[in-house]
Design a protein around this ligand. Structure first.
Ligand code: SF4
Ligand code: SF4
Length: 304
């Protein structure tokens, strides 16, 4: 069909073959963890799981783990996750099980993320908090540290629920704004919103001045340069530390079509512009996902 743009060559991923990656993959199967890396067929899996490749002294294996089930109460038009108004109940053993599995896996940096659970009284924030605390506790018990990033729902802007997660001992609080203000309604579920997401990120800084805040913007949805600039300014105004840009890819024909494949050169321009605005870390590229090689960067630069 005429409205489907051909995929450009720069979106082809590298094959994942490093030894570290292969051993991590067999471990993850045994441990029964659900990773976004695999489920979303993320093109960066070799780099993230492999931790930067052999011979890299800053190597830091990163993975993104899904908690609170695989079914979301929302239906964002860019997202491939299953939707239901009433997903199954939470597994009360999950904090213990996930924390133990991640400890055995031996990651340096883990991103925990979840579906949105509008059906639960606390929208799952208490459960999220428990998983982070267990993870830190289990690693500390064997004399290790793991850096934890929580990539969280908006909790419908309920700042008490945000605080619950923000004060759990995490290192990075991530919440994605996803797109520019003008396109929010078209792209995200009607319960999400631009100013609501900004208020979440702003609150985290108020209750935890050690953790970094982070957000991601998908490009190729029909935004223009001014829209993006305004979003970056709004994020800097509330002191967001980290921003990532990546290409939106349509997961299926039922999802929002891609309006544009943004060129690698343009991503480079956004990288430089955002760095110039004072973000502490910027990852920008067609294949960048919010958690792209996060561990490598954070261990090297930001977290002591
Ligand atoms: Fe997907 Fe998150 Fe939207 Fe749920 S809230 S549909 S998981 S993007
Ligand atoms: Fe996993 Fe994120 Fe890396 Fe993709 S970018 S492999 S989802 S950690």
């Amino acid at each position: 069909p005429a409205n489907i743009l051909p995929k450009p060559s720069w979106l082809k991923a590298q094959p994942a073959t490093s030894e570290n990656y292969l051993s991590l993959r067999s471990t993850v199967r045994e441990l029964g963890l659900a990773t976004v890396c695999e489920e979303a067929k993320c093109p960066n899996i070799g780099e993230c799981w492999g931790g930067g490749g052999e011979g890299d002294e800053h190597s830091a294996a990163t993975a993104t783990i899904m908690i609170m089930g695989d079914t979301c109460t929302r239906g964002c038009s860019f997202c491939a996750v299953k939707t239901s108004r009433k997903p199954g109940p939470l597994d009360p053993e999950e904090p213990e099980k996930v924390a133990e599995a991640i400890r055995k896996w031996g990651l340096d940096y883990v991103v925990l993320t979840s579906v949105d659970r509008d059906d639960l009284e606390d929208q799952g924030s208490g459960h999220f908090r428990k998983v982070v605390m267990k993870l830190k506790e289990k690693h500390a018990a064997v004399g290790k540290n793991i850096l934890v990033e929580a990539l969280t729902p908006d909790f419908r802007g309920d700042l008490n629920l945000v605080e619950n997660v923000a004060t759990s001992g995490l290192d990075v609080y991530a919440h994605n704004i996803e797109t520019v203000e003008r396109l929010q309604r078209r792209v995200r579920d009607h319960r999400a919103g631009y100013s609501q997401s900004l208020s979440v990120l702003e609150h985290v800084k108020k209750v935890n001045d050690i953790a970094l805040t982070k957000t991601s913007i998908m490009l190729g949805l029909g935004e223009n340069d001014d829209d993006i600039r305004q979003t970056l300014q709004d994020l800097r105004n509330i002191d967001v530390d980290v921003v990532t840009f990546g290409q939106y890819l349509q997961p299926s024909k039922r999802h929002l079509p891609v309006k544009e494949y943004v060129t690698p050169e343009k991503y480079q321009e956004w990288q430089e512009e955002a760095e110039g605005m004072g973000f502490k870390y910027v990852a920008s590229g067609p294949l960048v996902r919010s958690s792209y090689k996060a561990g490598e960067f954070f261990l090297k630069n930001l977290i002591k």
